[in-house]
Design a binder for this molecule. Structure first.
Ligand code: H2U
Length: 357
């Protein structure tokens, strides 16, 4: 039996070289009868402008600050930051099992668009490009001081998003958090051994195999990683070796806007709902690392959507995942095939076309 058939029919573990951990894949479970209801969720009715929403243009936030009448993106300091630039040093630990270390940083919020009923896949390529440019600018500016700049978007209440207005967050810290610290280690080890960046080699492999690529263009590849944990998890990786967002050239920034719009449209089309996810960027660390050789890094974005079978049936990372290791039923190849088969035209735009004709 060939390897591909074995992997699509039988349980196995897959290795994630970026996190140095394994995921259990159980494709045979996809055949089990599903008793859970498969239903479409009710569309949220979000007003375009809400004078009580602190992310809208012209609104006075609870702390008295007034948002400008912004027309594209808007960046402001988070009024409830998890980290501040200054804090008392926690001091030396008195036992190795009770360690602390200082944590300094800043948190910002970035609105993508002045309209609350807008989402990235419904925005034009030019509007998404403005978001990409702003991300690159933030990474460059804030990265002058901080070694880690985490840009991330929580979309949908299911992922803990507190506000329907299209936005993301930036938390910059004086240290490398766990995930980037782990990737710093694994990518460096791979580079030392192979003299090539891990994710540059990985993209070449995926281009050869053509099993997990969802979409691509001249400059970017969107793939369901071989080691994906979330059902429809994807990774966006530039085709060129690029360390950081600010290193993307004009063509790559346009290419990113294109690939994001097409991926997010497919996500929304899957269950005809604004597909929830957490996404974020990982690139070479900044701050003091700007002076070091960081060629082992490759820029990439991660999309972690929780939905599995319908707009309301999600995957939970509980039980076995919390106590043993991540597990998935659907194989990454099956997920990629499903995403590939979905339309590039957003269902909301389709409805408009239907209503006009
Ligand atoms: P989330 O939707 O991902 O929770 O992000 C919204 C952020 O906006 C959140 O971090 C901030 C919250 O602290 N915020 C402000 O900074 N000012 C406000 O007036 C409301 C929300």
């Amino acid at each position: 039996m060939c390897n591909a058939v074995l992997l699509s029919d039988h349980q196995h573990r897959r290795y994630n070289p970026l996190r140095d951990e394994w995921v259990l894949v159980s494709p045979h479970r996809m055949k089990r009868p599903w008793k859970g209801q498969v239903e479409r969720s009710i569309e949220e009715d979000i007003p375009r402008h809400d004078p009580d929403n602190p992310l809208c243009p012209g609104v006075t936030r609870p702390n008295g600050k007034v948002n400008p009448l912004y027309e594209d993106t808007y960046l402001f300091d988070n009024d409830f930051p998890a980290v501040l630039p200054e804090a008392p040093n926690p001091g030396e630990p008195d036992h190795e099992l009770l360690r602390t270390e200082p944590a300094r940083g800043i948190c910002k919020v970035m609105c993508f668009h002045p309209w609350s009923d807008m989402t990235l896949p419904l925005m034009s390529n030019e509007e998404i490009r403005a978001v990409v440019d702003k991300w690159a600018q933030i990474n460059e500016d804030v990265g002058k001081e901080y070694p880690w700049v985490q840009l991330f978007e929580n979309r949908g209440a299911m992922m803990g998003c507190s506000n329907p207005h299209p936005h993301c967050q930036m938390w910059a810290t004086s240290y490398l958090p766990n995930e980037p610290a782990l990737k710093e280690h694994t990518q460096r080890q791979y580079y030392n051994k192979h003299k090539q960046p891990l994710l540059v080699d990985y993209v070449k492999l995926e281009q050869q195999k053509q099993e997990r690529i969802v979409i691509d263009n001249d400059t970017w590849v969107c793939v369901v990683p071989y080691w994906a944990v979330w059902p429809y998890e994807t990774m966006l990786i530039p085709k060129r070796h690029v360390l950081r967002l600010q290193d993307l050239n004009h063509k790559e920034r346009d290419g990113l806007a294109d690939v994001m719009k097409r991926l997010l449209t497919r996500y929304d089309n899957m269950f005809q709902v604004s597909f929830p996810y957490s996404m974020g960027w990982h690139g070479a660390p900044t701050g003091r690392y700007l002076l070091e050789d960081m060629d082992h890094w490759q820029l990439h974005a991660l999309y972690y959507p929780p939905l599995l079978r319908s707009a309301t049936v999600r995957k939970f990372m509980v039980g076995y995942e919390m106590l043993a290791e991540p597990q998935r039923d659907l194989t990454p190849e099956q997920a990629a095939e499903t995403l590939r088969g979905l339309s590039d035209v957003h269902y909301k735009n389709n409805k408009q076309v239907a209503a006009q004709s």
